[in-house]
Structures are given as structure tokens and as C-alpha cells.
Design a protein around this ligand. Structure first.
Ligand code: ZN
Length: 734
């Protein structure tokens, strides 16, 4: 008789966690843009794709959800406009959090998930393979990410207050396609029949409300590569997800403005143009919260998912690439995926961003389902190099297989239709950069055991067995499961293919339902947070692996990599269902002290005699008249943007003249309509130019405008000085 009473007591206790849907909720956001010059962009591994300006600033956006009550558990989720998570960054962020908040945050309950933009500065990962094209480690990139992620969590922590959360989900069509359909087709037909599409179309959204039920933010998950901007792009950008976030925040602000124009904060005390204050600092007060509305678009199982929805074609022709190998005349370089705005990749980025935005707004507006239940999490580290995995066949018989030390196959060098291979592994000594020349000595011939283990992958680089000058690839990786009421977040340090992600979600949900004694059921939603906490390239299914497309070639730990994840995640799911303890597993290495940084520093900036930094080189004609849709361009004499990243500020500013003669900034580095392009006349020149390009938006206000530029210059003796300059004024007429 005692047992049912005991069980009832447990369920009452569980319900008490937040049957009412009351949590503590906090959101934060901080600039992580980093160096906008000279630094190689992370993603396409193209040594010639270096940052040279900004289209959209990058941000880390965080939420913290805690159970109310003094000892309530909490989860902190960071969506960061970077290509991926990085163990080095995670270690550093967690140590800063520990210094500030003690044991409140750790690898157990913090998730740092990259959106996978291929247009952000690189050099922040600790394993060799991921920093070859950036000529080693880039401290400025690393620090910008660490400081921004940390600051966004601190903001969320300081903003923590009673609130509630709504959950919604819906299908978004026409925003993603499978870029390796020939591999997907190798999955069992009965399995494929369960799904209407060969990529996931579901967007899951959380809507955060304060205690007065005023919205304070939204986070959504949807799988699509942030490769709308192609590898010719040199402007920092969050690609389709980063753009969608800026758009949604602007959309929300506009709603507020229309509802209550009296809460306009512009021109408040402290607002001065010289301080180069960005739109962020002009946000209005919302509900009982002093923080701005925050919208984030997070990555999921996007491994084989492309935003280039028109498909892949040969060069500029209308000829589709060969289906199985994505080649044209037997070569991969000419086979390139096309976005919906082809041939303009800015247009493609905007279209894919707007599709995600519209779906998110629809889900945000119609969200009704209250998030209720407990907050909990389980996390461990797994050594994937020789993990024993027990497989159970359909007839119930079991067998044991193992994963392998990391290795990439030949198709890794071929790249994908989103960015055909530029990883220059086969060229002679005259090619490749200084860092590559140092590390190529480490190239190693794999032994028979490794060749057999990775079969049928033909090994190009045996990264898991290369340790000079330090580890080339990860072996110990974090996996993590977090619960916020009926939402389960699976943090994976990799890019899962569509079907691999489905199998993982199913395995976890089945386990939770089976072991959860009624805590989990049809309302339980499982989302994958891709590229979280560390990076280990791709994870495909065993069947996709056999095809050895780019994703299979980049599935590091051999054909049973996914089975390893399923086995280890099932253990975490059991621990979550039973709330039992999980062994921490082995520790990942901290390789920060071993990093080599070979990117040359800025030597000095100069201008011609009689010209100052910030002077216009090419000005607009004073009083000239423009209309919406016109492009205004001003070129300024400038210094290297690496001198001062202007974090939470802006290099560009489009300003309108007020009735009292003062100027007020309406557009800056955070706006789609503004581009900041930086260049030197030659690679060794100490002179440089900033072009501020403004495409006048349709919804512009008529008036007198000017364009301003902010920057910093470096003298030969190393002192860095800020400067600013403004163009002639001009008219905008409707
Ligand atoms: Zn990718």
C-alpha cells in the first residue's frame, strides 16, 4: 500500500516544480563580431576568403531558464553567430562563469550552439585541422567570442526574473533542400517511407514572457546550413540565421513603436553621436524588463541540408550536376548550389532569412502551449576513438562494434555544392600558407587497423592519429541533454545529417517514454542543438556513410559514429528519466597554451599628407537628391578595423538631421541596408579605405542625411587612436 502513496508524492513534487508554468527567465545579447579585416573566414576553408568589412554584426544571444525557488535547477542556452562551438571557447567561458558565479554554471548546464555562419572570422578552434586556413590561432577572434558569449550569459543572469514560456512548432517549406540526396537514398526504404521530405521541415519555437506576460524574446530551431553567402563573400555576416535574428528584433521594435510611440528612447540623455552608439543601445523598455527583445534562430541537424534551394548546377549553365558525385565533366569545382536569389547571394540570404522570420513570427503570434515541468540536465564526455558499441539487430541478436580514431576521407577535400573544395592538400610547397607548411610534416599514413576500421572511407588525413604540433582532431567530446518542461534539447558537437538526427531524437524520446514513468509522453518535443560546445565535423547514418559523400567523408569516427552517439545518449536519457547521476567521463584536453598564432599584426596606418583619418576620399555631392532604392556610397580614409573592433558600436552610421541641427543615427552595422567594406590599395600598404554603402530602404523617412564612419588608427609606435568623419549632407525624397 505504501508504494502508490509514495509514487503520488513524487508526482506532486515533480509537478510542483512548475505546474503553473512559472519559471525564472532571463535573456541576454552581446556583440561577437570580432576582427573585420585580414582574418580568414571559418567554414569554407578557403584560404583566400578573408574578412574585409561587415554586412551584419554577429551576436551571442542567450536565455537562462530556472525553476523558481532557491535551489531551482537552471539551463543556460547560448545561440552564437559563429560557425560552430569550440572546446577552447567553452573552457574559457566556463572558467569566467566560475570566477563570477561559483558552481552555478558548468559544462553540465551551459549550451553554446553555433549557427554555422560561413561568414565569420575564424581561428578560434583548438584542433589543428580547423585552423589551417586561418594561419593558426587568432586570439582576437577567440577573445571576441569568449567575451561576447560570457557577457550575454551575464546579462541573462542579471535579467533573471519570474516569467513563463510558450512552445509552438510548425512546418517551414521552401527554405531547405538535401544537398546529398544520393546518400539519403541509401537509407532503408521503410525508414524513408516514414517521412514526407528528405530534410526536416519542422521549426520549434520558444516564446519567453515576463511576469506581466509581455514578450521578451524568442528562440527557434530549424535545420539549414548558413551557406547562403558563398565563399566569395568577404563581409562579416550571420548569413540567413543571423539576418533573421536582426529582422525579428527590428520587427518586434517596430510593433512596439506603432503601439506606443511615446516610449521612443532616442535623444535621451547620454545619447551622443560621437560615442557611435548602435541601435542596440536605443532599444525601448519592454514590459517589466529593462532589456531589449531578443530573437535567435538556432541550428539543428543541418548536416546534409542546404539553403541553396534551386539545386546545384554546372558553373553558369542550366545543366544540373551529376547526381551521385555532384560533378561537372568529372570535376567538382564547377558544381555550385544556387540560392533562391541566384546569382545574387545577398538576395538569397535575405530570402532564406525572411522565410525563417515569417515562420517564426507566425509561431510566435499563435503560441499557446504553456511550457510546464521541471528543468534538468545530464551531460558527459565520451571518448569516441575506440568506443565499444553494442548493436541490436531486428531479430534481437546483438553484436559489438567499435568507433575509430578520427579521420577524414577524400571527399572532404572535394567540399560540397555549397562550397566546392578549396582545401589545398595535394599542392606542392609553393602553395598553402605558413601554418600549413609547418603542419604538413605531420601528415601520416594510416595503419591497417585504422584503414579497416574506417572502411569504406578512403582516408585522406588521419587526423585522429596526428598530434604534431598538437592534436589535429578531437577524440573526447561533450554530449548533453537538457530539459525545460516538455522540451528536450540534445546538444551535439557535430553536424548531424537529417536521418542521423531523426534516429537520435527517436532514440532519446523512446527511452524517456519507456523509463520516465509517465513524465514524458506525446507532448515531449525533442530538438537537436547542432554544433554545440565543441566541433567534430559530421555524423551520418551507417548507410549514408557507405556512399562517402562529403558528409560521410567528414564523419570522423568511422561507420558506427552515429551508433555510438545513440548508445551514449540513451544512457543520458535514462539518467534524465530517473534523475540519476552520470559519470563525467574523460576530460577533453585544454590546448589553449599550445596554440600558434602566425597572422601578422597591424604595423601602422597612414594617410597622404594633408589628409586626416576619417576624411572623405570620395564624397557625395552636397545637397544631392536620392530616392528609396538608390545606393549612396562614401569612401573614407581609415585605419585597419583590427585596431579597435568597436564591439557594441559601429563602423558605419547613416544619420538624419533633426530640427535642432543635430544628427541622429538611423542605420548602422546592424542593418541590412548598410555595408561597411574595407580594403588596402595593396597588401603591404599602410593606407586603407572604408566604403560605407547604403541602399536606401523603401520604408525610409524623407529628410537631410549624411553618412559617418568611425574607426581607429595605429601609429608606428603602437598607440591606437579613435577617429570619425562624416560625408556631405544629401537629401532623401520619397
Ligand atoms: Zn557544415
Amino acid at each position: 500500500m505504501g508504494a502508490p502513496v509514495f509514487a503520488a508524492a513524487i508526482s506532486i513534487a515533480l509537478l510542483a516544480a512548475s505546474a503553473s508554468g512559472d519559471f525564472l527567465v532571463g535573456l541576454g545579447s552581446y556583440d561577437v563580431t570580432g576582427p573585420a579585416a585580414d582574418v580568414n573566414m571559418m567554414g569554407y576553408a578557403d584560404p583566400s576568403q578573408n574578412a574585409a568589412g561587415i554586412h551584419l554584426r554577429l551576436r551571442a544571444r542567450s536565455f537562462i531558464v530556472a525553476e523558481s525557488g532557491a535551489d531551482g535547477r537552471r539551463v543556460a542556452f547560448v545561440n552564437v553567430d559563429s560557425c560552430m562551438g569550440s572546446q577552447a571557447i567553452t573552457i574559457k567561458v566556463l572558467s569566467k562563469l566560475k570566477d563570477r558565479y561559483g558552481d552555478t554554471y558548468s559544462e553540465k548546464n551551459v549550451i553554446i550552439s553555433g549557427i554555422h555562419t560561413h561568414s565569420g572570422p575564424g581561428g578560434y578552434l583548438q584542433y589543428v585541422l580547423y585552423i589551417v586556413t586561418s594561419i593558426g590561432f587568432v586570439k582576437q577572434s577567440f577573445n571576441a567570442l569568449v567575451d561576447g558569449i560570457f557577457s550575454s550569459i551575464v546579462q541573462a543572469h542579471e535579467n533573471l526574473r519570474p516569467g513563463s514560456i510558450l512552445l509552438n512548432e510548425g512546418e517551414l517549406l521552401d527554405a531547405n533542400i538535401n544537398r546529398s540526396p544520393s546518400a539519403y537514398l541509401n537509407n532503408p526504404v521503410e525508414e524513408r517511407k516514414r517521412y514526407k521530405y528528405n530534410v526536416d521541415k519542422n521549426m520549434v519555437l520558444l516564446k519567453f514572457l515576463d511576469s506581466k506576460r509581455a514578450p521578451i524574446g524568442s528562440f527557434s530551431w530549424f535545420p539549414v546550413h548558413c551557406t547562403s553567402m558563398n565563399r566569395t563573400n568577404e563581409l562579416i555576416s550571420g548569413d540567413n540565421k543571423g539576418a533573421a535574428a536582426h529582422f525579428m528584433e527590428a520587427w518586434f521594435d517596430k510593433q512596439l513603436e506603432q503601439e506606443d510611440p511615446t516610449i521612443e528612447m532616442l535623444g535621451k540623455p547620454g545619447w551622443t553621436m560621437n560615442a557611435s552608439v548602435t541601435i542596440r543601445n536605443r532599444r525601448r523598455l519592454v514590459g517589466d524588463s529593462s532589456s531589449p527583445f531578443i530573437a535567435a534562430f538556432s541550428q539543428s541537424n543541418e548536416g546534409d541540408v542546404s539553403p541553396n534551394t534551386l539545386g546545384a548546377f554546372c558553373a553558369d549553365s542550366t545543366v544540373a550536376c551529376e547526381f551521385n558525385h555532384s560533378t561537372c565533366d568529372g570535376r567538382n569545382e564547377q558544381c555550385i548550389g544556387r540560392g533562391p536569389g541566384y546569382p545574387d547571394h545577398f538576395a538569397s540570404t535575405k530570402i532564406i532569412a525572411q522565410k525563417q522570420l515569417q515562420k517564426a513570427i507566425e509561431l510566435f503570434r499563435s503560441a499557446k502551449e504553456q511550457v510546464v515541468g521541471r528543468v534538468n540536465y545530464k551531460q558527459t564526455f565520451v571518448d569516441f576513438t575506440r568506443l565499444k558499441v553494442t548493436l541490436t539487430a531486428a531479430n534481437g541478436t546483438t553484436s559489438t562494434v567499435t568507433t575509430c580514431p578520427a579521420a577524414v576521407g577524400f571527399s572532404f577535400a572535394a567540399g560540397t555544392t555549397d562550397g566546392p573544395g578549396a582545401f589545398d592538400f595535394t599542392q606542392g610547397d609553393t602553395k598553402g600558407n605558413a601554418f600549413w607548411r609547418i603542419v604538413r610534416a605531420a601528415l601520416k599514413t594510416p595503419n591497417k587497423a585504422q584503414v579497416d576500421c574506417q572502411y569504406p572511407k578512403p582516408i585522406l588525413i588521419d587526423t585522429g592519429e596526428m598530434t604534431f604540433p598538437y592534436d589535429w582532431a578531437p577524440s573526447v567530446l561533450p554530449i548533453q541533454i537538457s530539459q525545460i518542461g516538455q522540451l528536450i534539447i540534445l546538444s551535439v558537437p557535430a553536424e548531424f545529417s537529417t536521418m542521423a538526427g531523426r534516429r537520435l531524437r527517436d532514440a532519446v524520446k523512446e527511452t524517456l517514454v519507456a523509463k520516465g514513468r509517465g513524465q514524458f509522453g506525446p507532448k515531449t518535443r525533442v530538438v537537436i542543438a547542432g554544433l554545440s560546445n565543441d566541433y567534430s565535423q559530421y555524423v551520418t547514418t551507417f548507410e549514408e556513410y557507405q556512399i562517402q559523400r562529403y558528409e560521410g567523408a567528414s564523419t570522423l569516427f568511422g561507420p558506427h559514429t552515429l551508433s555510438g552517439y545513440l548508445q551514449e545518449f540513451r544512457k543520458l536519457a535514462i539518467a534524465l528519466a530517473e534523475n540519476s547521476n552520470v559519470d563525467s567521463g574523460p576530460s577533453p584536453p585544454d590546448l589553449l597554451g599550445k596554440q600558434l598564432e602566425l597572422l601578422p599584426p597591424v604595423v601602422m596606418d597612414t594617410t597622404p599628407v594633408g589628409v586626416d583619418f576619417g576624411d572623405a576620399k570620395n564624397n557625395v555631392k552636397r545637397g544631392a537628391s536620392y530616392r528609396p532604392g538608390d545606393v549612396v556610397e562614401v569612401v573614407f580614409w581609415t585605419g585597419c578595423p583590427r585596431n579597435d573592433l568597436l564591439t557594441e558600436k559601429s563602423f558605419s552610421s547613416v544619420e538624419i538631421e533633426q530640427s535642432d541641427g543635430s544628427w541622429r543615427s538611423l542605420y548602422d552595422d546592424n542593418d541590412w541596408s548598410v555595408r561597411f567594406l574595407w580594403r588596402r590599395p595593396s597588401s603591404l600598404s599602410s593606407r586603407s579605405y572604408a566604403t560605407i554603402r547604403w541602399e536606401i530602404p523603401q520604408e525610409v523617412k524623407a529628410g537631410t542625411y549624411r553618412i559617418s564612419h568611425f574607426g581607429a588608427s595605429k601609429s608606428l609606435f603602437g598607440s591606437v587612436r579613435p577617429f570619425s568623419g562624416s560625408s556631405n549632407s544629401f537629401q532623401v525624397k520619397l
